[in-house]
Design a protein around this ligand. Structure first.
Ligand SMILES: Nc1ncnc2c1ncn2[C@@H]1O[C@H](COP(=O)(O)OP(=O)(O)O)[C@@H](O)[C@H]1O
Ligand SMILES: [Mg+2]
Length: 254
């Protein structure tokens, strides 16, 4: 289970990406990036963050620690901006938090070379979860203490927006042409040989168990949160076996 903390202070909204996460302080004295349950795609974004973040971590990729953050909408009363106030107001209860990597730099592919093995692992992982949000325009990679960290897995697993078509959707290939690491000659086949055997039913059960029930409850077509957890696991298990043969766009990448 993810650690649970309560927000004690809203520090500031973070503006780089699209979704307007917030920076908060919590009752364990930690500083966290908070993703609002009440934001646009809401709970599905948070589920994707947990499933992919916890899976990536177990595959040996670096992802900041995830927690759930209880939010009392009263914290937003002093916020000058209407948009932020609205998010705070609509996000009572559990939100997603991520350790704030203080002093991290946004990844710049021109300034930081990445070795082909590491690039291969990250591209393979992104292909597995169908991450469309790691392009050179918007890498969602941070450089912290000399190493690469993965953030922002909200736009993955597109199939979870349409469960009846999930199997067909998850059978599709992955286009890596715009991937932030395409230029580093990612060794995707080597990464698949190393990582695909780790993506087992047990591992996926462990990963999906980390998602709080409140973000899974009430999904049409599913009786229980555990049924939905299994639905998250299935396409990933199927893709793990084959996706390395279905990554396009890396030929001639530089
Ligand atoms: N754990 C973190 N540590 C430090 N900075 C972060 C962290 N998570 C996000 N950020 C910063 O906040 C920005 C927005 O966060 P992100 O998760 O990419 O959300 P979105 O793109 O949906 O707005 C990032 O581009 C990064 O600059
Ligand atoms: Mg982002």
């Amino acid at each position: 289970m993810l650690k649970e903390v309560d927000a004690t202070r809203f520090i500031t909204p973070l503006r780089e990406g699209g979704s307007l996460p917030g920076l908060v302080e919590a009752d364990d004295f930690g500083t966290y990036v908070l993703k609002f349950a009440g934001a646009g795609q809401g709970r599905k974004t948070l589920v994707a963050e947990v499933v992919c973040g916890e899976l990536a971590r177990r595959l040996g990729l670096r992802v900041p620690r995830l927690v759930t953050i209880g939010l009392d909408p009263v914290l937003g009363l002093g916020e000058p901006e209407e948009q932020v106030q609205e998010l705070l107001r609509s996000s009572g209860g559990a939100n997603l938090g991520m350790d704030f990597l203080s002093g991290a730099l946004g990844f710049d592919p021109l300034a930081f070379p990445v070795d082909a093995r590491e690039a291969g692992r990250i591209v393979w992982f992104d292909a597995l979860v169908n991450n469309v949000d790691r392009s050179w325009r918007n890498p969602n990679l941070l450089r912290w203490r000399g190493e690469l960290w993965l953030i922002d897995h909200g736009a993955t697993m597109i199939w979870h927006h349409n469960w009846p078509g999930a199997e067909a959707s998850a059978a599709r290939p992955y286009d890596a042409a715009d991937h932030a690491l395409a230029r580093f000659g990612p060794e995707v086949a080597a990464a698949a040989a190393e990582l695909a055997p780790l993506v087992t039913e047990d591992l996926l059960a462990e990963v999906t168990a980390e998602v709080p029930d409140v973000w899974l409850d009430g999904e049409p077509g599913f009786d229980t949160p555990d049924d939905l957890r299994r639905a998250y696991a299935r396409p990933l298990l199927a893709r793990a076996a084959v996706i390395h043969e279905r990554v396009s766009g890396l030929e001639g990448a530089k």
